[in-house]
Design a protein around this ligand. Structure first.
Ligand SMILES: NC(=O)c1ccc[n+]([C@@H]2O[C@H](COP(=O)([O-])OP(=O)(O)OC[C@H]3O[C@@H](n4cnc5c(N)ncnc54)[C@H](O)[C@@H]3O)[C@@H](O)[C@H]2O)c1
Length: 435
């Protein structure tokens, strides 16, 4: 069997697109394929999510319920019934790839997905892995499982790796306009992969192998992790020297070539940057290579919350107070501004550290009204509105994530002590301390 029948179905939009993992990545991708005229089947092991989706209820801020209802009207449906994978011509895997507690790749979601779809695969399908992972995953984990069914990859089933890229909260780029890298197990797989994605995405960037595509995604995220580590270290040095690092970065960024601004903060957050580099570190060990830049950046970035807490303690001390027994308000707990995602957020670590040191902690985040259940930390707390009266009642307001929704002038007017980890305040006032 060749890939031609599949490519024809992809081009004339009669193909059914199956998306496995209806999360931050899978849902927007579903919307895009539905928009361009495909019937999309969303598969997820979480039945509560499946039921919500079928009722047109969204659980992700960036995916409005109205857009979901539109997609339902165009034939989208969600299911937890994996034998239905057979109905789909394309199966796109967007499941989590976290780290284990020993900070090693946790491929259990990818492997679990493979094991639940493999019994239902049939000739003429394309399988695309989008989850971020180390080079070799598609070839070593997916290909043998597919072939164990007697289906030849490149002849019966077409297998590609095409990493997800997104910048949550950035209105300038969306699924359609972010170029998509794609690598195939064989030339026929790549051809099918290009045919799949070019229907929905403006620019598909082919690479020579699934390994090259896997490594491309890791390079992008390692580049960020290392550069953020660099500016975080520069921040500590500048602070010691009484220099404002944000002023320095703004000035350096006027250089029209050869400099890219990265901004320091209270640490690294999100599902990707703190995690993905260690997928490469782990795999590189198999080849006897030690990834020193990744380790060093990880060391600096993961020490940042401790440095911020040290600055808070110092600032309180100067005002004759100890952190123990202080009332603290953490402003912004999402891992970056204007999003509702708190995974790996350094703000959550800051909350934990403040509580451990005996502070009485509230948080305020318009994007996270109730603290969600997370694997690591959980607080039975709800966001409090940062009204002038409330803000004035705290010994310490710690700006961890600078959402646009905050009224910065009001915070500065009313806070007794405001520790700013994001360089939001250009001029340090008597009650503003940069950290
Ligand atoms: N969120 C981002 O900004 C982003 C950006 C680039 C890459 N990625 C990568 O994309 C992948 C998915 O991330 P996400 O943020 O969408 O995760 P998510 O947690 O938001 O969504 C994953 C979904 O997969 C489901 N799931 C888990 N195991 C499953 C299984 N065996 N079968 C079917 N469904 C299953 C979960 O119930 C959940 O709905 C990860 O590898 C991540 O690193 C994420």
């Amino acid at each position: 069997m060749s890939n031609q029948a599949l490519i024809r179905k992809l081009k004339d939009r009669s193909a059914i697109i199956g998306i496995i993992g209806m999360g931050y990545v899978g849902l927007p991708l579903m919307l895009r394929f539905a928009d361009v005229g495909y019937r999309v089947l969303g598969l997820d092991i979480d039945r509560a999510k499946v039921d919500k989706l079928n009722r047109g209820e969204s659980y992700i801020e960036a995916v409005p319920a109205a857009r979901l209802k539109e997609a339902l009207g165009k034939g989208f449906s969600a299911t937890a019934d994996f034998p239905r994978a057979r109905e789909a011509d394309a199966l796109i895997i967007c499941v989590p790839t976290p780290l284990t507690k020993h900070r090693e790749p946790d491929l259990s979601f990818v492997v679990g997905t493979a094991e639940s779809i493999v019994p239902h695969l049939r000739p003429g399908q394309i399988v695309s892995l989008e989850s971020t992972t180390y080079p070799g995953t598609t070839d070593e984990e997916l290909k043998p499982r597919i072939e164990s069914r007697g289906l030849a990859v490149g002849r019966d089933v077409f297998l590609v790796f095409s990493p997800e890229r997104e910048d949550p909260g950035n209105p300038q780029f969306g699924t359609r306009t972010i170029p998509k890298v794609c690598g195939g197990s064989t030339p026929a797989c790549l051809e099918a992969g290009i045919a799949l994605y070019e229907q929905a995405i403006d620019r598909v960037v082919p690479v020579s192998s699934t390994r090259a595509a896997e490594m491309t995604k890791l390079l992008e995220n390692i580049h960020r992790a290392v550069n953020i580590g660099l500016v975080n270290e520069m921040k500590i040095v500048a602070d010691r020297m009484g220099i404002d690092i944000h002023e320095v970065i703004r000035a350096a960024a006027t250089k029209p070539f050869g400099f890219v601004p990265y901004w320091p903060g209270p640490g690294l957050g999100g599902h990707c940057i703190p995690i993905d580099p260690f997928y490469l570190t782990w795999k590189a060990r198999e080849y006897g290579v030690h990834t020193r830049f990744i380790e060093l950046a990880g060391e600096i970035n993961s020490a940042m919350p401790h440095w911020v807490i040290g600055k808070c303690i110092e600032a309180l001390n100067e005002r004759g107070r100890s952190l123990k027994g202080s009332r603290c308000l953490v402003l912004g707990i999402a891992y970056k501004k204007n999003v509702d995602d708190i995974r790996e957020s350094p703000a959550v670590e800051l909350m934990e550290m403040l509580i451990d040191k005996g502070a009485d902690v509230d948080y305020s985040d318009p994007h996270v009204p109730v603290f969600p259940r997370m694997r690591k930390a959980y607080f039975d707390k709800q966001s409090v509105p940062p009204t002038p009266e409330r803000v004035a009642g705290y010994d310490l307001c710690l700006l961890a994530t600078d959402h646009d929704a905050f009224d910065y002038a009001s915070l500065q007017r009313h806070a007794r002590l405001l520790v700013d980890t994001r360089g939001r305040y250009l001029e340090p006032g008597p009650n503003v301390v940069k950290a």
